[in-house]
Design a protein around this ligand. Structure first.
Ligand code: BGC
Length: 518
């Protein structure tokens, strides 16, 4: 099959002794709370920016445009404001810069140090935002939040992939995405409750409550052990062996420990991971770390996540119904992520990517059709109740498709394909590209909707077709393959194989190659 070069077609890869322990589950659940702050933030801004009292205070010109008096404004352009978009997207700009620095800290001081730093900066940001007196304070607060997100998104997926046993790596890593979706849903629910409050307390609570997940992550950064891979890499072999025994629940970790030491020794020959990452043997991983996060954002998911309440208002729903609808799509996001957790290590990454892509495509095309039919190109018109509900259904089906494919896999795959020496740098690239495109979409969506109208949904569907074909042809299956043996996957691939020299293969992958050749 195209693109389906496997190290082990059974998907099990090399088996080490030991299994899934309570301790590894515990560390992964605590580690995954890093996703909570990311999600909380994604979900909170759309709701807050649809609150009249917040708009009136910080963005009065948008308020005037969106308010009922502005009857002549096209439905597509009601909320078009660069400053409002910058409020949403400034965070992602900060996150993309921060993730570069995070990669250095993650490598030098360990994964948990980056989590701790991320939690703490996010805490400062949430306090600044909760007490904001003017737009400047709001935006500075968001920059702090962004630094927090950059540090956590860079370190948590790597940490989870390293702690997990290979056969459960997908499921445990998706804990990060699970926490992200829970964060989004919690934010949607909080917005729903606070929007009803009188005075400024509502938006202050919405923004300030981000301190709760921030405190959880900070605490996690204190109590968690570092990953054995990182400990070995930083010369703490005794401690690494002890942690490995504890997370695998067995004394006999010799084979896995040996592979980690080998990977670490190989990584010591590399003094500059950023130079190493552009070497030919890392070409497939590099391309994936750039394209997967970019494509993830080009699905258009954040149009829904950031602006769902605004979008539903555009569809003609009232304030309360819009926030409620955002809660419903947020709930679908959480439930569909569970489907991914349950299937990713059995069906594999490719099957989920391909199914999710096709589902999203169908929903986007239908959404464009119905919005176009109602509003045409003038933006004047109104949805019937039935049609509006059907569009909400389509949006939920689209969210589900994303939530079991590109959502979790956009974080999982880049975190598991790099060798130890370039893993933090590779993950930083992943975050940078993710955040760049998140920023662009956050910054441009309302303007794009105003100009491209219903065609915006078709615009994103074009990307969905491209990315689905890309996965089909170019992404090999990585389920069940031990993380330090990943070169073998690329070596066995019809296209990427020629980029990987034999010396790059670990002992296990080499054996597979020899068996295949024989
Ligand atoms: C993406 C976010 C998105 C979220 C939705 C994440 O994987 O990176 O941009 O908002 O999924 O659940």
């Amino acid at each position: 099959m195209a693109g389906g070069g496997f190290v082990d077609s059974g998907g099990a890869g090399r088996r080490y002794d030991g299994g899934v322990t309570f301790f590894v589950m515990f560390t992964c659940v605590v580690g995954a709370t890093g996703g909570l702050i990311f999600g909380y933030d994604i979900g909170i801004s759309g709701g807050v920016t649809s609150m009249d009292i917040f708009l009136k205070r910080f963005f009065p010109s948008v308020y005037r445009k969106a308010s009922a008096e502005a009857v002549h404004e096209s439905a597509y352009c009601k909320f078009n404001s660069h400053l409002l978009q910058f409020f949403t997207s400034s965070l992602y700009l900060a996150a993309l810069v921060a993730s570069f620095f995070a990669s250095v800290i993650t490598k030098k001081f360990g994964r948990k140090m980056s989590m701790f730093t991320g939690g703490l900066t996010f805490l400062i940001g949430s306090i600044l935002n909760g007490f904001a007196q003017n737009v400047i304070m709001l935006i500075i607060g968001r920059i702090f939040l962004g630094i927090g997100v950059g540090f956590c998104n860079q370190s948590v997926p790597v940490y989870l992939s390293e702690m997990a046993p290979a056969q459960l790596r997908g499921a445990l890593n998706i804990g990060f995405q699970m926490a992200t979706t829970i964060g989004i849903l919690a934010a949607n629910l909080i917005n729903y409750g606070t929007a009803k409050m009188h005075g400024h307390l509502g938006w202050r609570l919405s923004l300030g409550l981000a301190a709760i997940p921030a405190a959880m992550v900070t605490l996690g950064g204190v109590i968690l052990p570092d990953s054995p891979n990182s400990l070995i890499d930083r010369g703490q072999r005794q401690e690494a062996r002890r942690i490995l025994q504890k997370i695998r629940g067995t004394e006999n970790v010799d084979q896995e420990f040996q592979d980690l030491v080998e990977a670490s020794e190989a990584s010591k020959t590399v003094d500059n991971p950023w130079k190493n990452i552009i070497e030919r043997k890392n070409r497939p991983q590099l391309i994936m770390a750039i394209l997967i996060p970019s494509f993830q954002q080009l699905t258009g998911i954040n149009v829904i996540m950031f602006y769902a309440p605004v979008l539903f208002k555009t569809l003609g729903f009232g304030d309360e119904a819009s926030l409620m609808t955002a809660v419903i799509s947020g709930g679908v996001n959480v439930v569909a992520t569970i489907v991914s957790i349950l299937t990713v290590d059995k069906a594999g990454r490719r099957a989920l990517f391909l199914e999710g892509g096709i589902q999203m495509l169908i929903c986007q095309v239908l959404t464009a059709y119905f919005i176009g039919k109602t509003y045409g190109t003038t933006g004047e018109g109104a949805f019937s109740k039935g049609a509006a509900n059907f569009v909400v259904f389509l949006i939920c089906a689209y969210v589900a498709g994303f939530a079991w494919s590109w959502g979790p896999l956009g974080w999982l795959v880049p975190s598991e394909i790099f060798p130890l020496e370039t893993r933090p740098a590779g993950q930083a690239l992943n975050v940078m590209f993710n955040m760049t495109f998140t920023f662009i979409i956050g910054q441009c969506f309302l303007t794009m909707l105003c100009h491209m109208k219903f065609g915006l949904f078709l615009f994103f569907s074009g990307f969905v077709i491209t990315m689905t074909l890309f996965i089909y042809f170019f992404l090999p299956e990585t389920k069940g393959v031990p993380i330090e043996e990943m070169y073998g996957v690329w070596k066995a691939h019809w296209f990427w194989g020629k980029f990987i020299p034999d010396e790059a293969l670990g002992s296990y992958a080499k054996n597979i190659q020899l068996t295949e050749k024989a």
